[in-house]
Ligand binder design. Sequence first.
Ligand SMILES: *[C@@H]1O[C@H](CO)[C@@H](O)[C@H](O)[C@H]1NC(C)=O
Ligand SMILES: *[C@@H]1O[C@H](CO)[C@@H](O)[C@H](O)[C@H]1NC(C)=O
Length: 198
Amino acid sequence: MAESCFKSFLSLITISIFVIFYINDIVAVDGKSQTFGRVLNPINLGLKEEKLSHFRVYWHDIVGGKNPTSIQVARAPSTNKSKTGFGAVVMIDDPLTEGPELSSKLMGRAQGLYAMAGVNEVAALMNMNFAFMVGKYNGSTISIMGQNKVLTKVREMSIVGGSGLFRFARGYVQARTHKLDLKTGDATVEYNIYVFHY
Ligand SMILES: *[C@@H]1O[C@H](CO)[C@@H](O)[C@H](O)[C@H]1NC(C)=O
Ligand SMILES: *[C@@H]1O[C@H](CO)[C@@H](O)[C@H](O)[C@H]1NC(C)=O
């Protein structure tokens, strides 16, 4: 009696182990078990508590001069005739500084591109990574994508993700033009970043 009890206990354990592995693994069409996907505990990735951080940087779009950080790489045949610049695509590697002056401390760079996406309004599609270069944030990035109606006082764009200290980032940024040089086209924009991350 005791022995059969023990045997069924053993087979129960065997079945449980089988079920646990079976559920954790994804079974391919051919019936073979794969370890393509599995459920993880966030603690195992060092993800403890999500926090909300605020950062402020100044973004410098340098169009003129000998060393521009913002260059037009494409346009449509009709772009020149468009009042809103519709169709222009601009690649950027813009410095992000601590203060509004370009000479203030370099905090990182905004790398990516923006494209003029409005037929009837001056609206850019922004698609850029803020790559930080200071302190513990050195090497971490925040990815920003959104609509930028550049003539509006405050423009809000989405944070769609991040890397390093900004893994699993979500949030938004608010952009305010600080200075615009109409002669050169150079612009300084204040970016306030509100980001949830771990
Ligand atoms: C548009 O203007 C630029 C200079 O502003 C010029 O180099 C280019 O050839 C023009 N393109 C067309 C399609 O007219
Ligand atoms: C940031 O990281 C790069 C590459 O690891 C390193 O060369 C650089 O000195 C670091 N900068 C700071 C300010 O820590």
